[in-house]
Design a protein around this ligand. Structure first.
Ligand code: GLC
Length: 553
């Protein structure tokens, strides 16, 4: 029996930007509930919601003040329970976002911890004396993930605390058993509430080395998807620590022990396939899934796609499962990298929904929502504040390299229709972020009625995948015997043996050239094309059009 999480399709909702049901300009949980039918009809099976817990919202929920309460701008605990129920009633699953690494600096634990060196909660966080003349320099050279020292000086007790991300997000001290027990309690609590899985925020940073030794020098300036080291440092003692990898296994055991149906954990970690696989355990007894972010920088060519899929297949063979992510709330939107070309977006969707792995679709990706080019210095995103010194003309260059200095750009309101506020919020309300100027053209309502639209393509592909077990869980092998040019990525998905064996072939043309091919056996096949959006009986030979992807069933 193949576990559900290996076969599922996932859709990420940034609750603040999905639907504002009460007219305060901020999306909320009742808003999400009101659109669950849309998501069911789209055909996605699992919803992941970015955090909606009680928070000062400096990092819009990734700075939690109370792990057990819902932030009032998003609704109530009852709304949260209703959401879980309603998702399940539609046969879907729901994943919450767990920020285990840090809390808000306004969390009662940190307020208490920073009160005095003798506080009973002092060691809930990572406090150290400074070094050099009177402790005026940070305890060591450890950098934050955003560059600069990760240490913050706290004048009232004249010590420094460590924050892997931003200063208002102090890292919890997992070497303190009380902290670990409390956070595992949070995990259990939400699973017992019926949540089907957890997305683990910056999981790679949980444990820091107990020696507090300096990190070694590195020539790397800018971190990337395949290598998180940078800012002239190899983050040996702060990232991918062996204790963090061991913690992945411990967490898995905790999750497996919670009564009820199987759940899953997906870790936000960064690095090459080999490093990331370690989080899943040597015997697949760690995290169920990890994000593989190299797709976020993948070139749009047959060669680049082939290389990446090969890499993921090598790194995550059965029983491991790769993930396919083309956008999220931190990165430039997928269509931006494709120069807003809908045919290319359809091809990428065809890859994402037919390749072996769990797809993660970011809200709005299904209609080709683009980044909103917003001025860096006006960014509400704290990362924009952190990099506010960078001139605006450089922002686009970073964006091209897959780095968003102002993450507001990819978090603008969902575009539902061409009405006021694109249907995100009632007329007369000012949404928390401006609606994209092209929302009158790019929206759900417009694409719903257009059989050629990207939305309809996603819907067809998701339906195809739901109906075909080989697409959900089949092995992948390359169709090199077809002798197609490098521009075409061609693979077979197959599941089962003997008469029950199911076979699906996928051919993706990453070029503008028309490329003929002979339909591989078995005979009597049906053909789905991402250009036509429908299934026809396959002719013996066929031509792949510009950016066309076909699925032979
Ligand atoms: C993760 C989140 C990001 C957040 C950061 C700190 O990278 O995806 O949005 O700002 O962690 O929690």
């Amino acid at each position: 029996m193949i576990p559900w999480w290996k076969r599922t399709t996932t859709y990420q909702i940034y609750p603040r930007s999905f639907v504002d049901s009460n007219g305060d300009g901020i999306g909320d949980l009742p808003g999400v509930i009101s659109r669950l039918d849309y998501l069911r009809d789209l055909g996605v099976e699992t919803l992941w919601l970015s955090p909606f817990f009680e928070s000062p919202q400096v990092d819009f929920g990734y700075d939690i003040r109370d792990h057990f309460a819902v932030a009032p701008e998003y609704g109530t605990l009852d709304d949260c329970r209703c959401l879980v129920r309603e998702v399940h009633a539609r046969g879907m699953k729901i994943v919450f976002d767990m920020v285990l690494n840090h809390t808000s600096d306004q969390h009662p634990w940190f307020v208490e911890s920073r009160r005095s060196r003798d506080s009973a909660m002092r060691h809930h966080y990572i406090w150290r004396d400074g070094r050099k003349g009177g402790g005026k320099a940070p305890p060591n050279n450890w950098r934050s993930m955003l560059g600069g020292s990760g240490w913050r000086h706290d004048p009232s007790t004249d010590q420094w605390y460590f924050a892997s991300f931003l200063g208002f997000q102090p890292d919890l001290n997992y070497r303190n058993p009380a902290v670990k027990a409390a956070m595992l309690g949070v995990v259990r609590h939400w699973l017992e509430e019926g949540v089907d899985g957890l997305r683990l925020d910056i999981f790679n940073a949980i444990f820091k080395d107990a020696s507090f030794a300096d990190n070694p020098f590195s020539w790397r300036a800018v971190p990337s998807e395949s290598n998180p080291h940078g800012f002239f440092q190899h983050h040996r003692h702060t990232i991918d620590h062996p204790d963090t990898i061991a913690f992945a296994r411990e967490l898995r055991a905790v999750v497996d022990a919670v009564p009820g149906p199987p759940r899953f954990l997906v870790g936000e970690v960064f690095g090459d396939a080999h490093t990331l696989r370690q989080y899943c355990g040597e015997a697949a007894e760690g995290l169920h899934l990890v994000f593989l972010f190299e797709t976020l920088r993948m070139g749009f060519s047959g060669r680049a796609v082939r290389r990446l899929v090969e890499d993921f297949e090598r790194g995550f063979p059965e029983p491991y499962t790769p993930t396919y992510v083309f956008g999220n709330h931190d990165r430039p939107r997928s269509i931006h990298r494709l120069a807003a070309h809908p045919a290319k977006a359809k091809l990428l969707a065809t890859l994402q929904l037919t390749v072996r792995g769990v797809p993660f679709i970011y809200y709005g990706e299904e209609i080709g929502m683009d980044n909103h080019d917003l001025p860096l210095h006006e960014g509400l995103d704290p990362v924009a504040g952190r990099y506010g010194f960078i001139p605006q003309w450089l922002v686009g260059r970073f964006r091209k390299r897959g780095i968003l200095l102002n993450r507001d750009e990819c978090r603008t309101p969902m575009q539902w229709d061409d009405g006021p506020n694109a249907g995100f919020a009632p007329a007369g309300v000012t949404p928390w972020l401006p609606v994209h100027p092209r929302s009158a053209v790019i929206n759900v309502a417009a694409q719903d009625g257009d059989p050629e639209s990207l939305l309809r393509c996603y819907r067809s592909l998701l339906a195809l995948r739901r109906a075909e077990p080989a697409l959900q869980a089949g092995a992948l092998e390359w169709l090199d015997a077809l002798g197609l040019p490098e521009d075409v990525v061609a693979y077979r998905r197959s599941l089962g043996e003997g008469p029950d064996r199911r076979v699906v072939d996928v051919l993706l043309n990453f070029s503008k050239r028309r490329i003929p091919f002979d339909v591989p056996s078995p005979a009597g096949r049906r053909l789905f094309s991402n250009r036509r959006g429908e299934t026809i009986s396959a002719p013996a030979s066929h031509v792949l059009g510009e950016y066309e992807g076909v699925v032979l069933l």
